[in-house]
Design a protein around this ligand. Structure first.
Ligand code: ATP
Ligand code: MG
Length: 634
């Protein structure tokens, strides 16, 4: 069965082969910084050779000491040679330490570079992904895993790769030291390491399967953890006494996951111990054989020392080699999520032969026979839907919750493509336009705008980051949206930091944030102005002023004003009522009232409610009272 993500991406991805994953991982490390990787590799190679150098020197030192002692310590030539070897030994140990220190520095640099490289790739992919991706649980799983792995996996992977290179070279070098005693020796030692590697591989796969299957559980844990700790939830949490309930849910799930995870770790430890026993038995057998050779006079004391040291160091190196290989395999499995995430292809893309933008767009928008359902949903929001926004006019769209008003905005922004029919701007299908050209035409305020933790001016200028900072235009947008009424009172006016995330941040009220979002939409000078519930949090007195400002600002632009407030809708040039996926009524306020339909009924109901509200003596908004406001054009 096709998953939702495959529906969205249009392609089912076959899981890449493990070797391909490791190769991809290595390319990633190389791509992050080739020079540091080379330096890192060189240091590791040097460190890998050191154990064999030290063992070989130890053997020579032992043999020379034995010779020196046999000669009563009086032979000056032998004494000089022994001293020279001891000095070499000291130099080798110092070099080993120097290499280790250099490796720590190079490794840390390399890790940072890889992390930044990966984070950059994830950020790029996150901003190009379709909006539908963010609404899919599978996508969230992948993004969550990819983001999680960014901080922990690359350093771990680097360590394992380092371990592999170092242990690999150490194993080869040590193996070559005992090769003269018999080919079977290094072979037997290598075979003894196999059970450990096999056990680790099995355990990795088992653990990874378990880990993948519980991604949603871990996201649930993170969600509960966020609910318990973020400021936006803190008030409801206290009022409803939700805290203990959430803590209990978090603990329960954690306990279950912890139990399962620890059982897997315990099994892994048992397998590791068994593998160690096998390897130790082989080493012990080899050591006994060498002891016999020494007793038979076929090996010197130096040979015995070399053999003992090679076996103990060789076993450590082999264990390191097997461990590193299995860890690389494990990290690659985890990084698979990252690669899959990076490979996701957006479906909403530019046309192959886009229509160039018209310098004189009138801005008539037509929804023609539009059929649309959200990905993963069986119920269409629109079926053969037709609707026209006349150019240069303010059209108010009213309708019940869930009627599809916001969905129309998302379709107009081309966050999704319709299943059937099309949307046209001045007769051009949106899919024939470049996405960037389309979005330049749009000044949108969404139903739930983002309260950016930034200054007032930045919050407004985010509406058009491509435009060089323009203080005058920011002030004009602020004035049009009624932001100036409170911005002037803030400690640093337009330079005041908003939100409580950082020191000195000032919190705004819901309605003030909304006005700020409106100013952001106004700052962007698109030919189409789309406002989804722009006054839902505004006080009624401000709202009256606001519409007059909007009318001046919207002059010559096509405006879609989605609202539940009939006092706002009534002032539009055209009012349309959306119900059951159709425009069931449209006309001017007077015409719709005369019609006595849904609009007239809702109007009377709302009027009756608002008549009961007695406005207090009002303070005029900066910018003048209704009808006197002089708005400079943006
Ligand atoms: N991302 C989504 N995925 C699936 N279904 C969705 C999604 N967003 C909205 N819907 C569904 O589409 C329908 C229309 O939603 P929409 O948000 O367009 O309504 P609306 O008219 O803007 O309502 P409101 O007045 O409450 O803002 C609703 O039934 C809703 O459940
Ligand atoms: Mg809505």
């Amino acid at each position: 069965m096709k998953t939702l993500l495959h529906q969205i991406t249009g392609s089912a991805q076959a899981a890449p082969h493990r070797a391909a994953l490791i190769a991809q991982t290595l390319r990633l490390v190389w791509g992050a910084s080739a020079r540091w990787t080379l330096a890192w590799f060189g240091l590791l190679a040097g460190l890998g050779l050191m154990p064999a150098v030290v063992v070989a020197l130890t053997k020579r030192l032992t043999d020379h000491l034995v010779g020196l002692l046999a000669a009563g310590g009086s032979d000056p030539r032998q004494l000089r040679q022994t001293l020279a070897i001891a000095l070499l030994m000291a130099a080798a140990l110092a070099a080993q330490q120097a290499l280790q220190s250099a490796l720590a520095w190079v490794g840390a640099t390399q890790t940072e570079l890889i992390q930044d490289h990966l984070r950059g790739l994830v950020h790029q992919q996150a901003i190009r992904a379709d909006l539908a991706f963010f609404e899919s649980a599978e996508y969230n799983d992948r993004l969550y895993q990819a983001a999680k792995e960014l901080t922990s996996r690359p350093p771990a992977l680097l360590e394992s790769l380092g371990g592999l290179v170092q242990s690999g070279i150490a194993t080869l070098a040590l193996g070559s030291l005992i090769l003269p005693y018999g080919l079977w020796l290094p072979l037997a030692l290598a075979l003894a390491a196999l059970p450990g590697f096999w056990g680790a591989t099995l355990a990795n796969r088992r653990f990874h399967r378990w880990w993948q299957a519980h991604t949603a559980d871990r996201r649930r844990l993170q969600y509960d953890d966020t609910l318990l700790t973020v400021d936006s939830v803190a008030s409801e949490l206290r009022l409803f006494d939700l805290g203990p309930h959430l803590i209990a849910r978090y603990r329960g799930l954690r306990q279950r996951l912890r139990g399962e995870q620890l059982r897997l770790v315990r099994d892994q430890s048992l397998v590791q111990f068994g593998a160690w026993l096998a390897a130790a038995a082989v080493s012990a057998g080899a050591m006994l054989w060498m002891l016999r050779q020494a007793l038979l006079g076929l090996a010197s004391l130096g040979d015995l020392v070399l053999f003992y040291q090679t076996l103990s160091r060789g076993q450590t190196a082999l264990q390191g080699l097997a461990g590193s290989l299995s860890q690389i395999q494990r990290h690659s499995l985890y990084l698979q999520n990252l690669f899959e995430f990076l490979a996701l292809q957006p479906q909403v893309t530019d046309a192959a032969d886009p229509v160039p933008p018209s310098p004189r767009a009138a801005g008539e928008v037509c929804f023609r026979n539009l059929t649309f359902r959200y990905p993963g949903s069986s119920r269409p929001v629109f079926e053969n839907f037709n609707f026209t926004l006349p150019a240069g006019k303010i059209t108010a769209l009213v309708g019940f919750n869930g009627a599809g008003k916001t969905t129309l905005v998302k379709l107009l922004c081309r966050f999704y493509d319709p299943e059937g029919g099309r949307i046209e701007i001045d007769g051009v299908d949106l899919r024939r336009m470049r996405l960037a050209d389309l979005r330049r035409l749009l000044s949108c305020m969404f139903q739930f705008p983002v309260p950016y933790v930034a200054t007032v001016a930045e919050n407004i200028a985010y509406g058009d980051p491509a435009r060089p900072p323009d203080r005058a235009a920011i002030r004009r947008a602020a004035h049009a949206a009624g932001v100036d009424a409170f911005a002037e009172q803030l400690p640093h006016q337009y330079e005041t930091l908003l939100g409580k995330l950082f020191a000195e941040g000032v919190q705004l009220s819901g309605g003030e944030w909304q006005r700020l979002a409106l100013a952001r939409a106004f700052y962007r000078q698109g030919q189409l102005l789309v406002l989804d519930e722009p006054t839902s949090l505004m006080d009624l007195w401000t709202e009256v002023d606001w519409f007059e400002r909007l009318r001046r600002l919207a002059a010559g632009r096509t405006t879609l004003l989605i609202t539940h407030r009939f006092m706002t809708a009534m002032r539009a040039d055209l009012i349309c009522v959306l119900d059951g996926g159709r425009i069931v009524e449209s006309g001017t306020h007077e015409a719709l009232l005369a019609r006595g339909g849904l609009y007239a009924q809702a109007w009377h109901d709302q009027l009756a409610g608002e008549a009961r509200v007695t406005p207090p003596a009002r303070k005029p908004m900066p910018g003048g009272a209704l009808g006197q406001t002089v708005l400079p054009t943006l």
